[in-house]
Design a protein around this ligand. Structure first.
Ligand code: ADP
Length: 540
C-alpha cells in the first residue's frame, strides 16, 4: 500500500470549540432560566467559561478518563459541561432525569461517576438515590437559590458559580488523542440493564461534521437551533456540538418544556431548526391550533426518537406551513443514522405522496452503512417491501458496550451493530421502520407492524395517542390490542368507529382484536410509549 502524505490531524472536540470561538465569537446562546427569564451570552463567553470549568474539574481531582455526571435540563451550563469535561480529558456522562431511581443509581454506580453536576431545580429527583450513590465524591449545584440549599446528597457539595469565579480561564486542553473517550450515554433499557455507549473524540467530531452535511440536518450560521430533545438523551442528537461548529445560535428551553413555552421561545428567538420527539410536536401542534403564534421562522422541524405519524407531518405542513424533517437514530449511533428529505425525483410527485416519503425514516447519511438481514443472517434486498432486521456500521456507531458484564448479542461476527429495528428499505435507500423486534405482533406466522397501526390510528381526529401491543391468542399466537387516548375525554371515539376507520386502510387480519381507552399512555424515560408496562397491564 502506498501511504498518503497528509497530516495526522487529530479529530477532537476541542477543535470544534476553538473553531466556533475563532469564527463566531459573537454568536449567541440563550437559555430560559428556571424563573422564566432569558440568560444570554456569546460563544466567546462559552469559550472562557469552558476553560474555567476545566480548571474547576482539575481542582476537584478529576483525572483524564474519569466520568463526570450531569443531571440537568437543556441550558448553557450543560453546554459548558459538554465541552469542559472532554476538554479536561474526562468523559461527560449525561444522566437521564426521568429514569426510575433504581436505574439511575445503577447507571451512576456502573459508570463510577466521580463528580455530578446537578441542576438544583432537579435536586429532589437525584436525592431519591442519595443513599445508594456513596461513591460520588463531589456534587456541584447550579441554578440554585442564592444562599445555597440543604441536601442529603453524600460527598462534598459545591456551588458551580463560586467554583467558576475562583478558577482561572487559561487552560491547555488535556486531550491526548482522537480515540480518547469523551462522552457516555446509557440507553433507557426497556429490556435488561441499561447499556452504555462510550463515545470518542473522533466519533463525536465525525458525527458533528456528518450531521452538518446539507443532506443531513445541514445547520449553518444562519440558523437558530432549539434542541427540545434533552441534553440527557443521546447528546441532544449532537446539536450543541453542531451549532458551535457552524456558528448557529442556540435557544435552550431549560425546564420550560410545555407546548406554550416552546411556542413562545420559537416565536421570540426566531428559531429556524427545532428538534424533538413526536410527543413534543404533537403537544405543540394542539397548542398552536388553540393559540396561534407565528412560527414561520422554522425551516426544519426535526423529529425522531419514535415514528412521527404521517398525519402529523401533513398537519404541520398543510395547516401551519412548517417543514417536517423525519430522522432516525440510536444512542448507540451518537445518534444520527438517517434523514428523510425529498430528493430531486420526488419533486414531481403529488403532495400526498411527498408526505408518504417524509413519513419514512429516510436514507442513511454519508458515514452510516446499512443492511437488512433475515433471521438466518442473510442479507435482504432493498425493494421497499422485504422486511428484515436493520444492521449498521460506521465511524460513530458503537463497537461494544461500556463494561458490559452480561452476554452480548448486539454485534455480528462480521462487524455490524444489530439495531433491533425491523425495517424495509426502498431501492433509492429510504428506510421505513415497521417495528422493534420485540414489539412486532406475530399473528398466524405473519408480522403485523404495531407502528403502522399506531400511525393510522393517530390520524383519526378523535385520537390523541395510540399504542398497539401484542396479546396472546390461542389460534393466531398473537393479536393486536390498541390502547387509545382520546383527544377529548368527554367525546371518545367508539371501538366500532375506529375499526371502521382502519378497515379500508389495512389487511383484514391486521385489524385490532380490541380497543382500550385510557387517559395517558405510560412513557419511558426517553418519552416513548412504554409497551413493557402496557403488556403487563393488558396481559390478554
Ligand atoms: P432507548 O429508547 O432504547 O433508550 P434510543 O433513544 O437510542 O434508546 O432509541 C433508539 C430507537 O428508537 C431506535 O432503535 C428506534 O426503534 C427508535 N426510533 C428512533 N427514531 C425513530 C423514528 N424516527 N421512527 C421510529 N422509531 C425511531
Amino acid at each position: 500500500m502506498l501511504t498518503g502524505l497528509m497530516m495526522d490531524y487529530q479529530l477532537t472536540i476541542d477543535r470544534v470549540l476553538e473553531h466556533g470561538n475563532r469564527l463566531y465569537p459573537h454568536k449567541k446562546i440563550k437559555t430560559k432560566l428556571p424563573d422564566g427569564t432569558l440568560h444570554e451570552y456569546c460563544f466567546h463567553d462559552l469559550y472562557g467559561r469552558v476553560k474555567r470549568l476545566c480548571n474547576v474539574l482539575e481542582r476537584l481531582g478529576v483525572e483524564p478518563g474519569d466520568r463526570v455526571g450531569t443531571f440537568a435540563w437543556n441550558n448553557f451550563q450543560h453546554v459548558e459541561l459538554y465541552f469542559g469535561a472532554p476538554g479536561a480529558g474526562a468523559v461527560v456522562h449525561t444522566l437521564n432525569i426521568r429514569l426510575f431511581p433504581d436505574q439511575l443509581a445503577y447507571i451512576i454506580n456502573h459508570a463510577e461517576d466521580k463528580v455530578i453536576f446537578v441542576d438544583a431545580t432537579l435536586l429532589p429527583l437525584i436525592e431519591t438515590v442519595a443513599d445508594k450513590i456513596g461513591g460520588v465524591e463531589h456534587f456541584v449545584l447550579f441554578n440554585g437559590p442564592p444562599g445555597g440549599v440543604e441536601t442529603n446528597l453524600p460527598g462534598q457539595i459545591h456551588d458551580y458559580e463560586q467554583l467558576m469565579t475562583a478558577a482561572n480561564d487559561e487552560y491547555s486542553w488535556r486531550v491526548e488523542g482522537e480515540n480518547q473517550a469523551m462522552g457516555l450515554c446509557y440507553t433507557s433499557g426497556t429490556t435488561g440493564h441499561p447499556k452504555g455507549s462510550l463515545y470518542s473524540h473522533r466519533s463525536m467530531y465525525l458525527h458533528t461534521v456528518g450531521s452538518c452535511q446539507a443532506a443531513a440536518i445541514g445547520l449553518t450560521e444562519n440558523d437558530v437551533v432549539m434542541p427540545v430533545v434533552p441534553q440527557f438523551h443521546a447528546m441532544a442528537w449532537g446539536l450543541p456540538y453542531a451549532a458551535i461548529n457552524v456558528g448557529a445560535g442556540l435557544a435552550l428551553p431549560g425546564p420550560h418544556m410545555q407546548p406554550a413555552a416552546l411556542a413562545e421561545l420559537i416565536e421570540t428567538e426566531r428559531v429556524t431548526v427545532a428538534a424533538g420527539v413526536p410527543t413534543i410536536w404533537n403537544g405543540l401542534y394542539h397548542e398552536l391550533k388553540e393559540n396561534r403564534r407565528d412560527i414561520s421562522c422554522i425551516r426544519a422541524l426535526v423529529v425522531g426518537g419514535s415514528a412521527m405519524p404521517r398525519s402529523l407531518i401533513e398537519a404541520y405542513e398543510k395547516e401551519l406551513d412548517v417543514n417536517v424533517v423525519h430522522a432516525w437514530g440510536m444512542t448507540e449511533m451518537s445518534p444520527l443514522g438517517t434523514v428523510s428529505k425529498l430528493l430531486s425525483h420526488h419533486q414531481e410527485l403529488p403532495q400526498a405522496q411527498k408526505w408518504d416519503v417524509k413519513a419514512r425514516q429516510g436514507y442513511p447519511i454519508s458515514g452510516v452503512d446499512m443492511r437488512i438481514v433475515n433471521e438466518e443472517g442473510n442479507e435482504l434486498p432493498w425493494d421497499g417491501t422485504t422486511m428484515g432486521e436493520l444492521q449498521v456500521r460506521g465511524p460513530w456507531v458503537v463497537r461494544e458496550y461500556y463494561k458490559l458484564d452480561e452476554g452480548e448479542d448486539s454485534f455480528t461476527a462480521d462487524g455490524w451493530f444489530r439495531t433491533g429495528d425491523v425495517v424495509t428499505i426502498t431501492e433509492d435507500g429510504f428506510m421505513t421502520i415497521t417495528d422493534r423486534t420485540k414489539d412486532l405482533v406475530k399473528s398466524g406466522g405473519e408480522w403485523i407492524s404495531s407502528v403502522e397501526l399506531e400511525n393510522l390510528l393517530m390520524g383519526h381526529t378523535q385520537v390523541l395517542e395510540a399504542a398497539v401491543i401484542a396479546v396472546p391468542d390461542d389460534r393466531w399466537q398473537e393479536r393486536p390490542l390498541a390502547v387509545i387516548v382520546p383527544t377529548d375525554a368527554s367525546d371518545p371515539p367508539s371501538a366500532d368507529q375506529l375499526q371502521g376507520f382502519l378497515e379500508p386502510q389495512v389487511a383484514r387480519w391486521w385489524l385490532p382484536e380490541g380497543y382500550v381507552f385510557i387517559d395517558e399512555i405510560p412513557k419511558t424515560g426517553t418519552g416513548k410509549f412504554d409497551k413493557k408496562v402496557l403488556r403487563e397491564r393488558y396481559p390478554g
